[in-house]
Ligand binder design. Structure first.
Ligand SMILES: C[S@@+](CC[C@H](N)C(=O)[O-])C[C@H]1O[C@@H](n2cnc3c(N)ncnc32)[C@H](O)[C@@H]1O
Length: 322
């Protein structure tokens, strides 16, 4: 029997095209070229003559189609664009450490400095992901909550902080330890014309004494930060949250977004890769009961929680007890 390798299932080629498309689309998105293509049907400027072969490639993969002398996104292309943040987060944020993952296993490379991730790629990718799959649900969750002064720990590019402050007429401070994330945040704040009400500080969120204005804060936001503190152990995380609760005024709220760890369920869209990337940096994740227990130990009561559309994620609004 002769097996025709051209027609037999060769699943490695799904990964081959997936890798290439993920890297290509994330890069085009980051440079604003996907938006440009959607608006004009062209890839411009095209200083190296790469525009035509790139469009041919995207057409061959069903992302765009020719329309006269222009190109437009196909329904597949539109659906991928809607989730482009996940590709930016992975390819730009963690592409480099993921491509050398074996070196972390063998010990040739250490996981210090977050295994060499790109802080700006993580911040920009997270914000794009959040805009679709987290922010609408988070704003709903906050409905009816007093929000006059917001502190966003691990604020990334501060887009969510800006959105909350705009929605509630609040003032806000974002804190991020990564200089590239802070630079993105400064750009966003200035582009939004919000420099009078929202600011960003490059600080370690673990250093509670350094956090600005905490005693007057009625909402602390931590989206995808607390697992970073958990890397120092559960006791360190509880200590951190307990210290936060002690410094906040009575009735203050804490809004948390986290991704739960991968399970053995088939067909998980996001958690296995999210879990792996965080293991690479020496971080582990907690499931919903785990977060409830940590918050209770730290003096917070969960007031509301939802499962947002971000696969495997949870959103919790907790209140400082007492
Ligand atoms: C996954 S990003 C999320 C960004 C933003 N919260 C969002 O949802 O779009 C996590 C952010 O936390 C920041 N971060 C990690 N550890 C931190 C720490 N100890 N102190 C302050 N920021 C930290 C990272 O630099 C990164 O920008």
């Amino acid at each position: 029997m002769v097996i025709d390798l051209n027609t037999a299932a060769r699943p490695a080629f799904d990964l081959f095209s997936g890798f290439s498309l993920c890297a290509t689309l994330a890069s085009l998105e980051t440079a604003g070229l996907l938006a440009e293509l959607a608006a004009t049907g062209r890839l411009a400027p095209d200083s190296h003559g790469l525009g035509a072969p790139l469009l041919d490639y995207l057409a061959a993969r069903g992302i765009v189609e020719e329309c006269g002398d222009r190109h437009r996104f196909t329904p597949l292309g539109d659906a991928i664009r809607a989730d482009i943040g996940y590709l930016v987060w992975l390819s730009r944020g963690y592409g480099l450490p993921m491509r050398s993952i074996a070196e972390f296993v063998t010990g040739a490379r250490g996981t210090d400095d977050h295994a060499g991730r790109d802080g700006s790629g993580v911040a920009v990718g997270s914000a794009l992901v959040g805009a679709r799959d987290l922010v609408p649900q988070a704003l709903d969750l906050l409905d009816g909550t007093r929000v006059t002064r917001v502190l966003d720990l691990g604020c990334g590019n501060a887009r969510f902080l800006l959105e909350i402050c705009r929605r509630f007429g609040a003032t806000g401070t974002g804190v991020d330890e990564d200089s590239r994330a802070c630079a993105e945040a400064e750009r966003e704040i200035s582009a939004a014309g919000a420099a009078g009400t929202v600011s960003v500080r490059q600080l370690d969120a673990g250093d509670l004494a350094a956090l600005p204005g905490i005693a007057a804060t009625d909402l602390v936001v931590t989206f995808f930060l607390l697992h970073e503190i958990l890397a120092a152990g559960r006791a360190a995380l509880v200590d951190h949250l307990r210290g936060l609760a002690r410094r906040l005024p009575a009735g203050a709220h804490l809004l948390i977004a986290e991704v739960t760890p991968a399970t053995t369920e088939p067909g998980q869209l996001f958690s296995p890769e999210f879990t792996l990337v965080h293991a690479l940096m020496g971080q582990r994740l907690l499931d919903a009961p785990g977060w409830h227990a940590v918050l209770a130990d730290a003096g917070f009561t969960v007031a509301r929680e939802v499962r947002p559309t971000m696969p495997g994620a949870l959103l919790m609004l907790a209140r400082r007890a007492g």
